[in-house]
Design a protein around this ligand. Structure first.
Ligand code: NAD
Length: 171
């Protein structure tokens, strides 16, 4: 029997409970999951503080307590949206279906004739990378918004201190 593989891409800056809940909710619909680490080249920026490797660690440890077999594949951005799908598929294991709520991603995969599905949002206002990075900068409690293993990774790399430092200006 052929395995059904799904693809889910995000920046995961950081990987949070919204991402985790999507993956858990769709788990029964595939055998293996390919997770694209989008904008893999970006790190040490206010909107993209974590490296691709650090985001891989967040995901690997968060999914450790599940039966989900996943491959995390870093995907750098390219200038040409029109060839992005073939760029992605040239770097990932083959997949049958794409899960996303990002309109550009849905558009590009649909135009390429690849099946797309839109999983339900999970408290989007609360579980949002932008909101979590804002809480980090303001010294507010962000820890309850991400899986426990993500807290451990961010603490290990001193991620909040990094975010605060790179958000400062020299003026
Ligand atoms: P993200 O981390 O913000 O989100 C990942 C996915 O999770 C999205 O589908 C999003 O809708 C969903 N999500 C977020 N919060 C959720 C919640 N609370 N509940 C349920 N779902 C939630 O990442 P993103 O910005 O969508 O990442 C897309 C990546 O694809 C980017 O890195 C982008 O640069 C890349 N991309 C690149 C090109 C190119 O290089 N030309 C083209 C298209 C996309």
């Amino acid at each position: 029997m052929q395995l059904k593989r799904a693809f889910y891409i995000g920046r995961f800056q950081p990987f949070h409970n919204g991402h985790y809940s999507v993956i858990n909710n769709i788990e029964k619909e595939f055998d293996e999951l390919i997770i694209g680490i989008g904008s893999a080249q970006r790190s040490h920026e206010v909107a993209d503080p974590f490296t691709a490797g650090e985001r891989i660690m967040m995901i690997r440890h968060s999914l450790e307590d599940t039966d989900i077999l996943h491959y995390a594949v870093p995907i750098d951005d390219i200038q040409q949206n029109s060839v992005w799908v073939s760029y992605v598929t040239s770097r990932t294991p083959p997949f049958d279906v794409v899960y996303s709520n990002n309109p550009l991603i849905l558009q590009l995969f649909e135009e390429a004739g690849i099946e797309t599905r839109t999983p339900p949002m999970f408290h989007r206002q609360k579980y949002s990378g932008t909101e979590i990075r804002k809480l980090m900068l303001e010294g507010e409690d962000w820890r309850k918004l991400v899986p426990g293993p993500v807290v451990d990774v961010i603490d290990e790399i001193d991620g909040v201190e990094r975010l605060r430092n790179i958000s400062r200006s020299d003026a």
